[in-house]
Structure formats: structure tokens, C-alpha cells
Ligand binder design. Structure first.
Ligand code: PLP
Length: 448
């Protein structure tokens, strides 16, 4: 059975369910698997649907865990939307684009958030019914607050896509509640609609402050002992293991299909910020998925490209760009990457990272539209640009992380026409907004 240890080595290894409920390890590190299982040949069969393949790839991580036996159903329920591998016209026959934006909030974060929400819901119902809990796998984590009353309350600080994906995934899930915090004036009008259209078990708070204030407040809530007695607080941010595992699965899927169709092993080019998405690719490759190089595309926030070039990691403040979901100066999953690849030479042998500035992003969106009639979002444009500059003509998959219609204020002026919004997204944008504007203080977030 696979256990998960902290990147900082300061606590005992735990099973998947416990890692997933805890989010962060107790020593402040991130959970990583003690070992990565080898993919069985069946998991690379090109005929498999994505939910089936995801279940096969994820099963070894849940052996002996309370969720063992549930993974197949969780994957079928969480991944009930398309996952196309597109071939843009007028381009090398060896280029494919992996479209990760067909979920309810039109960004790749739907995969991880939907799997995590269903896994947490399942763990809650198992904990509520000890008879079922003891019938399969290990006992539930005793330290978990599962037996105290009231829902588990997920706190999310967001500057864009994460909050929407988490709210959508947890909306109406029994036993779970969400509080979304976003900075006043810090999200686009469409993003704000996606953060505030929920109600019921999802509450949205516009903070009079910055994104950093939102994060500070969430951290303060987790440290507050009186809140811990009254609420069962948990997190669903991008460092949660329950979000990384599904991100590993779609790379196994895409590269298995690519290899079967084109007879070659592709490189992956991944728009990157906090490195959660890219980390899924590193794990997939270590498990035996047919992946050549892993190429990370950053915007003007160059912490990662500079690390690969200089060999010394220098975190720094983030700078704003038009690919705002990647405006990260100190990637939260860097610890996991360093744990997996401590040797910079080995990292360079199998991976690369390049920064792309705003002007190049704009030019790339325009060029791709003119050449292929294919629209990309500003984040995807970073990967597409790196493909064109560094890998053109080679076997490659460009990873498309969001639907371009989410970034209409950037994309529409470049192509000179209005974008049509996917129907599922339009439903969210049309729903009434409900939120509270509060001061960046704990007493405002938890007035009771
Ligand atoms: C979150 C996000 C990214 C960055 O992903 P990381 O896992 O943080 O590297 C890129 N593109 C879009 C559209 C996103 O929402």
C-alpha cells in the first residue's frame, strides 16, 4: 500500500484519505507518495474511456484506504464531460492540443476539484455510518473531525479560477460547505460572477483587501483554536493531494491515445503557475506514461525558468500579467518538484521551462486564430508559443488550461469579434450574484 509523507519529513506517513482531508501536512509540508506505482499495461490501453483509465491509474494510491472500492464510481461521476485531443489546422500533424476546459467552470481545475469534492463527500458519509466504514479498508482517520457535528467547511482564497471550480464542485454536496474569499477589484467581472452565483452551501465574500489578505485570513482561521472547536475547517486549494491525482490521470490518458494514434512519444507543454498541473505530468511519467519532455510555460513570472537556468531557487513577489491564473512568484508546489527531482541536472535532462511575456501571448492568440481558426486563452498561449519557438514539428501536446471565452477582455480585441460562451458557463454567468463585502478580519468572516 502507498502512504504519503510530508516534503519536510516532520510527521508520520498517512493514507490517501487522511492526506486528502488534511490538505497541508501537520509540519507545514506537502504530502507526496512514498513511492509511485508502475502503470499496468491495461491502464495504457487506447480503448479505455477517461473515467475508466483514471480509476485504474488512481486505484493503487487508495489500496487499503477507506475510499478503496469507491474510486471507479468517483471517477465516473467527477469526469462526466469531454476531454478532447484537438488537431489544429494548418499545423504540424504531430501537434495535438489537450483541451482541459470542458468542465462546468471551463478550466482544468474542474478535474481536481470535482474529484476532491466527491471523495470528501464519500468520506463524510462513511464516517457518519461506522458500519460501512469498517467493512472496507482501514478505519477512518481518528484525528479527523468527522464525528463532530455540522458540515465540513472548506475555506478557499481565490484570485480567479480556483474559487469557481471549488464552489461548483462542492455546491449542493451533502455534509460539505464552502466559504469563498476573493479580493475586491481583484477579479474580472466574469470571474466574479462565477464566484458569487451559488448560494445554499456556498457563501461568497468580497474582501476589502488584496489576494494576500484573503490568504492571510484563511491561514489565520486554521490557526484559531476557538474556530477549530466550533467548525470543522478544511481546505481545497491546489496543494491538496485530491486535486493532483486526477491531474496525473489525464496525462496518462492523452499520451496513451497520442502514442497509439501517431506511433510517437510526445512532449507535454504545460502553462504553469503553482505547478500543480505540471506535477501531475511528472508523476505520470514516473509511473510509466509515454511522455518525452515536460516543458513548463510561464508568463512574466520567471521563478521556475530562472531556477532551471541558474540552479538556485529564488522566490519573489508576483507580477500581474494577462495570464493571471499563472501570476505566481513562489510556486506552492515547488517543494514537491524539488522532492521528486532534487538533482537539477536530472531535472534539466527531462524537463524545461520558458517564460513568455504579455506581448508574445497576445501575438500568439492572434496568430493561432489566423492560422488555424483555433482560439486559445492567454494561459494556453504561453504553451503554444513555446511549442512554436522550441518544439515546432516535434511530437508534442500543448495543454489548453481554460476556455478562451473566460478571458474575453483579452481575446476579443485581438480577434476583432465577440466570443461565444459555452452553454454551461453561460448558465453560471446569468445566475444572480449573492455575496457579502467584508473587512479582512476573522470576526467579519465568522461573526457568530
Ligand atoms: C490555475 C491555472 C493555471 C496554472 O496551473 P498551476 O497548477 O497553478 O500551475 C494555468 N492556466 C489556468 C487557466 C489556470 O486556471
Amino acid at each position: 500500500m502507498i502512504r504519503f509523507k510530508s516534503t519536510r519529513g516532520g510527521c508520520r506517513p498517512v493514507g490517501a484519505a487522511e492526506a486528502l482531508l488534511a490538505g497541508l501536512a501537520p509540519d507545514g509540508g506537502l504530502y507526496i507518495p512514498e513511492r509511485l506505482p508502475r502503470l499496468e499495461a491495461a491502464a495504457l490501453d487506447p480503448r479505455l474511456s477517461f473515467p475508466r483509465r483514471a480509476a485504474l491509474a488512481l486505484a493503487p494510491f487508495f489500496e487499503g484506504d477507506p475510499l478503496e472500492g469507491e474510486i471507479g464510481r468517483l471517477c465516473e461521476e467527477a469526469f462526466d464531460f469531454p476531454l478532447p485531443l484537438a488537431a489544429p489546422e494548418g499545423e504540424s500533424a504531430r501537434l495535438r492540443v489537450l483541451e482541459l476546459f470542458h468542465g462546468p467552470t471551463a478550466a482544468f481545475k474542474d478535474f481536481g476539484a470535482r474529484f476532491l469534492a466527491r471523495a470528501m463527500e464519500r468520506l463524510e458519509s462513511l464516517a457518519a455510518d461506522p458500519a460501512t466504514a469498517s467493512s472496507g479498508g482501514e478505519a477512518l482517520p481518528a484525528s479527523g473531525a468527522a464525528r463532530r457535528g455540522g458540515p465540513v467547511t472548506i475555506l478557499v482564497a481565490t484570485s480567479g479560477d480556483t474559487g469557481g471550480a471549488v464552489a461548483a464542485a462542492f455546491h449542493r454536496r451533502p455534509g460539505l460547505a464552502v466559504r469563498v474569499l476573493f479580493p475586491q477589484g481583484g477579479v474580472s467581472p466574469r470571474q466574479k460572477r462565477q464566484l458569487t452565483c451559488w448560494g445554499e452551501n456556498v457563501s461568497s465574500y468580497e474582501l476589502r483587501g488584496s489576494f494576500d489578505d484573503c490568504q492571510r485570513l484563511v491561514k489565520a482561521a486554521f490557526r484559531d483554536e476557538s474556530l477549530a472547536r466550533r467548525y470543522r475547517l478544511s481546505s481545497a486549494n491546489s496543494i491538496n493531494l485530491g486535486r493532483l491525482l486526477p491531474q496525473m490521470a489525464y496525462y496518462i490518458h492523452a499520451t496513451a491515445l497520442y502514442q497509439a494514434a501517431l506511433g510517437a512519444v510526445p512532449s507535454l507543454i504545460i502553462p504553469s503557475g503553482n505547478l500543480g498541473n505540471a506535477l501531475g505530468a511528472f508523476w505520470a511519467r514516473a509511473m510509466g506514461a509515454p511522455i518525452d519532455r515536460i516543458v513548463m510555460a510561464s508568463n512574466a513570472n520567471r521563478a521556475l525558468p530562472d531556477y532551471l537556468e541558474e540552479g538556485a531557487y529564488r522566490p519573489r513577489p508576483s507580477v500581474p500579467t494577462i495570464a493571471n491564473a499563472m501570476d505566481v512568484g513562489d510556486p506552492s508546489n515547488m517543494e514537491r518538484l524539488l522532492a521528486l527531482c532534487p538533482d537539477i541536472k536530472a531535472l534539466r535532462a527531462g524537463a524545461a521551462a520558458y517564460a513568455v511575456g504579455d506581448e508574445e501571448l497576445r501575438a500568439q492568440i492572434k496568430r493561432r486564430w489566423e492560422r488555424s481558426g483555433y482560439l486559445i486563452c492567454p494561459h494556453t498561449a504561453a504553451a503554444d508559443r513555446v511549442y512554436e519557438e522550441r518544439l515546432a514539428g516535434r511530437p508534442a501536446i500543448v495543454v489548453a488550461t481554460a476556455h478562451p471565452a473566460k478571458f474575453e477582455t483579452v481575446v476579443e480585441p485581438l480577434i476583432g469579434s465577440a466570443l461565444s460562451v459555452p452553454p454551461a458557463l453561460q448558465v453560471l454567468l446569468d445566475a444572480p450574484s449573492v455575496y457579502e463585502t467584508i473587512a479582512p478580519e476573522l470576526s467579519a468572516l465568522f461573526p457568530d
